[in-house]
Design a protein around this ligand. Structure first.
Ligand SMILES: Cc1cc2nc3c(=O)[nH]c(=O)nc-3n(C[C@H](O)[C@H](O)[C@H](O)COP(=O)(O)O)c2cc1C
Length: 173
């Protein structure tokens, strides 16, 4: 068992490595957030995605302040959430870098109603207007108002767990 903190400390300092390992123990789906910058598409891999509200339809995502995609989303005022399916780990890895100009090379996508890319073969997508934005530490919390949603029920989701991509059920082995 790894302990991250001494709870008797007045100022609790969490060990950064154990903190990251603890966060990584929370299995999540994987999304790629996309938007449009001038004429070219941009996007980044995001696991900090959550449903927020049914009526009105709101979702939230958390993006690092240093993310180039964050700046583009704030400028554009809209974004799309691509919920990746099993077997799309290579797309997740490709979009987890900041070399914006080449990320979309060879990736099959179409443009949604808002002009942001929607990848082929994803489990589901949500096209959102940027509704609000709050600072949270070194991240911004974006609230998206969902304008359109699509689902491919036959496709299983991609799952991220402890630094790797797994299929549903494999984590129990
Ligand atoms: C599986 C996975 C999940 C990630 N989730 C997030 C996230 O929720 N928020 C975030 O800001 N970065 C996340 N990242 C890191 C970004 O994808 C990465 O910092 C990327 O380089 C940012 O690109 P950009 O500067 O072009 O926006 C994640 C990376 C991976 C591999």
């Amino acid at each position: 068992m790894e302990y991250a903190t001494n709870i008797d400390d007045k100022e609790t300092i969490v060990d950064p490595t154990i903190y990251r390992n603890a966060l990584g123990s929370f299995a999540s789906g994987v999304t790629v957030l996309t938007t449009k910058a001038s004429e070219s598409p941009v996007g980044t891999t995001v696991s900090a995605f959550s449903a927020l509200s049914l009526v009105p339809p709101l979702v939230l995502v958390s993006l690092a302040l240093k993310s180039e995609t964050l700046a583009h989303i704030k400028r554009a005022g809209f974004f799309s959430v691509n919920i990746l399916s099993a077997g799309q780990g290579s797309i997740a890895r490709r979009f987890a870098t900041s070399n914006g100009s080449t990320k979309f090379d060879g990736v099959e996508y179409s443009l949604g109603k808002n002009g942001a890319p929607l990848f082929a073969g994803i489990s589901a997508s949500l096209e959102c207007d940027l509704d609000d934005c709050f600072r949270g530490g070194d991240h911004d919390i974006l609230i998206g108002f969902v304008r359109a949603a699509r689902v491919s029920p036959e496709l299983a989701p991609l799952v991220y767990y402890r630094g790797g991509f797994v299929g549903l059920g494999e984590a129990d082995k």
